[in-house]
Design a protein. Structure first.
Length: 354
């Protein structure tokens, strides 16, 4: 039976019972000296019990405070992943011959950047300049050219656009760190088994999930798909994972035995007609439907089948939705995993009407 921590009132009353056991005629009412002393003692004792419970929780990684969790993880060789700055290129347009200085600031609607080298606008009217985000984090990554806003730009500069930014990652959350620590504790290193590759990949900043494919290209090969928090892995992330695991893989593995690879997306667009409850509008249910569908796709590994029934169930389970008739997809979708390709379903557009 677990130990029951006494409450303030129980401690106080226990004190008073002790007084009466020694002196049956003692005054122990609320206006007595004994009652005052009992309350003061109970107050201190309650704090000691609380501290004792706090100390007990610090012994377990799933119960302890965040700073203790971080220390526990570091002692087990699972250091917390820090945030990284996105780096890439920006395109400046304007009068040919205009100089772009180092540290030229510009921004988009989600992040701020600055140039890391000087450049001069060419005769073509533009120049591509290396740049870096001024704040670390995943939000600064850019995969599609995005218009930016200049800050204190020199005369002759007309516009700026972010061409690409990659490598930005958020600091690891306490929940993600705990997940990695428990994985290491439950499955200790085995000298290069399948789980070891997954653990190694998750040590790389920016990697949230990892899928291992032993022997995909034949004997002596191990392929791994690292996945960021959102979207697909970019070239810098794949390069980071490749370099990290190359330094840890078994010494007998050849130079091409391990490969960090990005999946080939199989984009699935969702189209259909909803039947809604009376008084419920389409705008009310679409955000919840989008979240439910996104969760299904997030949970699927490369090669996992997307079941049509799960899509229907996810939509119908949203409060306010009675039924749905999907016109796309109309059946299960199974991506291909072979020696030449690793496919993975990816959520495309959601087009639902009522």
């Amino acid at each position: 039976m677990p130990f029951q921590v006494p409450t303030f009132e129980q401690i106080r009353d226990q004190y008073l019972v002790g007084v009466l056991n020694l002196q049956p005629d003692a005054a122990t009412g609320p206006d007595s000296d004994h009652y005052v002393r009992a309350c003061a003692t109970a107050n201190v004792a309650e704090g000691l019990y609380a501290h004792q419970m706090w100390v007990w929780r610090q012994a377990f990684p799933d119960l302890c405070d965040e700073d203790i969790l971080e220390k526990m993880a570091a002692q087990r060789g699972v250091p917390r992943k820090v945030s990284n700055f996105a780096i890439g290129q920006a395109r400046f347009t304007g009068t040919p011959g205009t100089a772009i200085p180092v540290g030229q600031a510009f921004s988009t609607t989600v992040a701020a950047y600055e140039t890391t080298s000087a450049a001069v606008i060419a005769g073509s009217g533009f120049v591509d300049v290396p740049a870096v985000a001024t704040t670390a984090g995943h939000a600064a990554n850019v995969t599609v050219a995005t218009a930016g806003q200049l800050s204190g730009a020199p005369g002759g500069v007309a516009t700026v656009s972010v061409l690409v930014m990659s490598g930005g990652s958020d600091a690891e959350t306490a929940a993600a760190l705990l997940e990695r620590l428990l994985a290491v504790q439950s499955q200790p290193a085995q000298g290069g088994n399948e789980n070891d590759y997954k653990v190694w990949a998750l040590e790389v900043p920016g990697v949230r999930r990892a899928y291992v494919f032993p022997l995909r290209r034949g004997l002596g090969t191990v392929d791994l798909v690292p996945m960021p928090v959102t979207g697909l892995p970019d070239a810098p992330l794949l390069a980071d994972v490749q370099a990290h695991i190359d330094a840890l893989k078994p010494v007998g593995m050849g130079p091409t035995g391990f490969l960090a690879v990005g999946p080939t997306p199989v984009v699935v667009n969702i189209t259909g007609v909803l039947e809604l409850d009376s008084g419920v509008s389409l705008a009310q249910v679409l955000p919840a439907i989008g979240s439910a569908l996104a969760r299904i796709f997030y949970d699927l590994a490369p090669g996992d089948t997307l079941h049509f029934a799960r899509l229907v169930a996810a939509i119908v389970n949203v409060v306010g939705v009675r039924d749905v008739a999907l016109s796309a997809p109309i059946a299960n979708i199974t991506p291909v995993v072979s020696g030449s390709v690793i496919e993975m379903v990816e959520l495309g557009t959601i087009t639902l009407t009522d």
